[in-house]
Design a protein around this ligand. Structure first.
Ligand SMILES: Nc1ncnc2c1ncn2[C@@H]1O[C@H](COP(=O)(O)OP(=O)(O)O)[C@@H](O)[C@H]1O
Ligand SMILES: O=C(OP(=O)(O)O)[C@H](O)COP(=O)(O)O
Length: 396
């Protein structure tokens, strides 16, 4: 998928137009406050451009997974407040995403005004990509802008359906994400290294297969590594295991070998007798994980090995932590990899989700080349899948 083939907001006239702009304001919240506004800030260039050009900016987003009904804690009011601070202007927030309240608010808008609709997932039609709902959204606007990269892998009424009922173009964040990730995969600087960690073997096995065709080094860490360690013939104690993926893991290691790809596995691990900060822990070689113990982080020799590869690489993409970084005892692997990424001269791309959170937590965010706002979306893109929210936009 090539974003250069899709129209951008720069390709259309927006002045005076009512613009339905889908953003991904699915941000973490606690006690009614936004705790991380990265995704809101990432959408500002598009919103500010629309304001400056004299558009009437109607913003729509989901928040959480309310399953088609209104959930008080998932209203977008705290987001509206934060957005208003960031833009330094008053914005209107409606309690619905369509209907008479919205119609009236839209009819009162002047050029440069900003309106935030209520959580689009309060309506069952959103996730069903219901055509009637898509038309309701389309009816209040003249133009559709999709800037919600983080939700681009979802074919929903506000991300996909609506694009069939209005002129539909990409926003700046959408363009930037697709350009950076697309360049990384299409014409990578080499050595090109991918680091895949985290826990979801099932979700990430496809991306591993796809990346073997592209990278020079494929580094495996996190909980998903142990299915591969098992496939290598080692005992893994109580470590995370996806039994039915052992054969696939073997195939991928063979495929990497056949293609001359350096498939890099942990050589040591931090093991614990319990999933907690207070557990007894020891550092063991990867072929010596004791029965009844669980590997919860990569060991120091592995960190050193991975760091060296990262520093020697020209392009590195990272998705998924190396260990249970939320617990201090098992954070060193993830921290070490994040540090190596912060020190490399290569271009570092962080693939959203927990990796982005880890990079923030350890204070390396400003030293990364690109931190994607989409976890699932960047993975699906790297797998070579079509993103419905992009596919539906108008071709140039
Ligand atoms: N060795 C491990 N054993 C169990 N869980 C792990 C291990 N390493 C990492 N994890 C967990 O994986 C989770 C993240 O996995 P995942 O959702 O696949 O990553 P991401 O959100 O970056 O895509 C983290 O909560 C982390 O605690
Ligand atoms: O947070 C998101 O996904 P991510 O955690 O994979 O980046 C997006 O807003 C999509 O949300 P969803 O996975 O509920 O569709």
């Amino acid at each position: 998928m090539n974003v250069n083939e899709k129209k951008s907001i720069k390709d259309v006239e927006v002045k005076g137009k009512k613009v339905f702009c889908r953003v991904d304001f699915n941000v973490p919240m606690q006690d009614g406050e936004v705790t991380d506004d990265t995704r809101i800030r990432a959408a500002i260039p598009t919103i500010q451009y629309l304001i400056d050009q004299g558009a009437k900016v109607i913003l729509a987003s989901h928040l959480g997974r309310p399953k088609g009904e209104a959930v008080e804690e998932l209203r977008l009011d705290p987001v509206a407040k934060r957005l208003s601070n960031l833009l330094e202007r008053t914005i209107t927030k409606t309690d619905e995403a369509y209907g008479s309240e919205v119609d009236e608010a839209v009819s009162n808008m002047k050029e440069g005004d900003v309106l935030l609709l209520e959580n689009v997932r309060f309506y069952p039609g959103e996730e069903k990509n219901d055509e009637q709902l898509a038309k309701q959204f389309a009816n209040i606007a003249d133009l559709y802008v999709n800037d919600a990269f983080g939700a681009a892998h979802r074919a929903h009424a506000s991300t996909e359906g609506i694009a069939h009922h209005l002129p539909a173009v990409a926003g700046f964040l959408m363009e930037k994400e697709l350009r950076v990730l697309g360049n990384a995969l299409q014409d990578p600087d080499r050595p090109f290294t991918a680091i895949i960690g985290g826990a979801k073997v099932k979700d990430k096995i496809g991306v591993i297969d796809n990346l073997i065709d592209k990278v020079d080094n494929l580094i495996i860490g996190g909980g998903l590594a142990y299915t591969f360690v098992k496939a290598q013939g080692h005992e893994i104690g109580n470590s995370l295991l996806e039994e039915d993926k052992i054969d696939v893991a073997k195939q991928y290691m063979q495929k990497a070998q056949d293609k001359g790809v350096n498939f890099v596995m942990p050589i040591d691990a931090i093991v614990a007798d319990d999933f907690s900060n207070d557990a007894n822990i020891q550092t063991v070689d990867i072929d010596s994980i004791p029965a009844d113990w669980e590997a919860l982080d990569i060991g120091p020799k592995t960190v050193e090995k991975y760091s060296q590869i990262i520093k020697d690489s020209k392009l590195i993409i990272w998705n998924g932590p190396m260990g249970v970084f939320e617990l201090e005892s098992f954070a060193n692997g993830t921290k070490g990899v994040a540090q190596a990424l912060s020190e490399t001269d290569g271009y570092s791309v962080i693939g959203g989700g927990d990796s982005a959170a880890a990079v923030e937590k350890f204070d390396f965010a400003s030293q990364m080349s690109h931190i994607s706002t989409g976890g699932g979306a960047s993975l699906e893109f790297m797998e070579g899948k079509n993103l419905p929210g992009v596919a539906a936009l108008n071709d140039k």
